[in-house]
Design a protein around this ligand. Structure first.
Ligand SMILES: [Zn+2]
Length: 109
């Protein structure tokens, strides 16, 4: 998603085609990015390195990858907790505190 600066009233600065086209927000208003437009996209619109659509997409993909990894870790943790709950169902906390898992398994073997 590209946010290209467009003046919304006569007080806004005109669009400068030599600068990065990104609409950045500060002071409750949109402004054109102050950096030079060095990197054209497929439509020939100029961007700074930070706001180039490819960079933005890469950042989004990286965020998504980290988010998914966190979700996977969290669901693995909760699966393990569920399995532990099932394994210990009906066993008193005192018994679990007094006996190690290896002792219990050895006893049953
Ligand atoms: Zn920029």
């Amino acid at each position: 998603m590209r946010f290209i600066y467009k003046p919304s009233n006569k007080y806004d600065a005109p669009f400068d085609p030599k600068r990065c086209a990104q609409n950045v927000f500060w002071g409750y208003r949109g402004h054109q990015c102050t950096r030079n437009g060095k990197y054209p996209d497929e439509d020939g619109i100029l961007w700074c390195k930070q706001h180039h659509p490819d960079t933005v997409q890469k950042k989004k993909d990286e965020w998504r990858r980290k988010f998914d990894a966190k979700q996977m870790a969290s669901s693995a943790k909760s699966e393990r907790r569920d399995a532990e709950d099932k394994f210990c169902h009906g066993v008193s906390t005192e018994f679990l505190k007094e006996n190690s898992l290896s002792d219990i398994l050895e006893r049953d073997a």
